[in-house]
Write a protein that binds this ligand. Structure first.
Ligand SMILES: Nc1ncnc2c1ncn2[C@@H]1O[C@H](COP(=O)(O)OP(=O)(O)O)[C@@H](O)[C@H]1O
Ligand SMILES: [Mg+2]
Length: 246
């Protein structure tokens, strides 16, 4: 049985198609990248998996659970972790309290175990020294790390990462990809939406390209990037030089 399975997911916002018959599945420890132009529906896809928005049709299964009637928090407790493209920590709480809340609510841990998991998540993401700062005082870069730390503190089995490498230096991107590669060795499946393609290429072994809500390519990263379908999506777009290898 796949870990996560999407079957014919479709969604429109008015006239805007953000999902059209999206079907794919993930196994434990898979590592999949998603590329696609702005407005393609990438973030909406995560929102449908995490339960923030409802598909118009189609089914999503997490192991044997049909997610249709599960709230976002029950999906998080079941093991679906997600970061947000625009970080949204509890600003008035400290970095540590944010991670602790994630460990207790999403991770369902109590007492010492929740503290240990929260600390471990901060440690892994290089936020240990920021533990006692109010989350609202962090710079964007550290806010992005806190997004990752919070989702890790929940002890996810699948982790949905939404553009967490944007704006980072090469060194920081390398640190991030090291963390993410390690997650899969622990059996965590990763789905990573990212425009920083070199970060994806060093991490994932499968790439999906989403355009206007349709998966136009799905396969080995280099083949997907070289495919006619993906070139057609990006051709004429200003990000072609950033996204596609020449
Ligand atoms: N909650 C919403 N209500 C209405 N329109 C939305 C909503 N969320 C996203 N959209 C629209 O859906 C399209 C796809 O958005 P999104 O999924 O964020 O794309 P991506 O992450 O690929 O850039 C955009 O045109 C966006 O404006
Ligand atoms: Mg997005």
């Amino acid at each position: 049985m796949p870990l996560l399975q999407l079957e014919g997911i479709s969604k429109k916002f008015g006239q805007v198609v953000v999902g059209e018959e999206i079907t794919f599945q993930l196994e434990q420890g898979d590592s999949v990248g998603i590329v696609g132009p702005n407005g393609a529906g990438k973030t909406s896809l995560f929102a449908m998996i995490s339960g923030d928005i409802r598909p118009d049709s189609g089914d999503i299964f997490f192991e044997d659970m049909n997610l249709a009637h599960m709230t976002p928090s029950s999906r998080a407790r079941a093991g679906i972790g997600r970061t947000y493209q625009v970080p949204r920590p509890f600003e008035h709480m400290t970095v540590f309290e944010n991670a602790l809340l994630a460990a207790q609510q999403g991770g369902r841990l109590r007492g010492k175990k929740s503290y240990a998991q929260a600390f471990a998540a901060l440690d892994r993401t290089g936020l240990g020294e920021y533990a006692n700062r109010p989350a609202g005082s962090l710079m964007l870069l550290h806010r992005k790390r806190l997004e990752l730390a919070r989702s890790l503190a929940m002890g996810p089995r699948v982790l949905l990462l939404d553009e967490i490498a944007g704006g980072l230096t090469d060194l920081e991107v390398n640190e991030l990809t090291t963390i993410i590669r390690q997650l899969r060795t622990e059996g965590i499946a990763v789905v990573w939406i990212e425009h920083v393609v070199r970060a994806l290429l060093s991490t994932v072994d499968r790439l999906l390209c989403l355009a206007a809500g349709v998966i136009v390519a799905d396969g080995a990263p280099q083949e997907v990037l070289a495919s006619e379908a993906v070139r057609a999506v990006y051709l004429g777009g200003k990000i072609i030089n950033e996204v596609l290898p020449q």
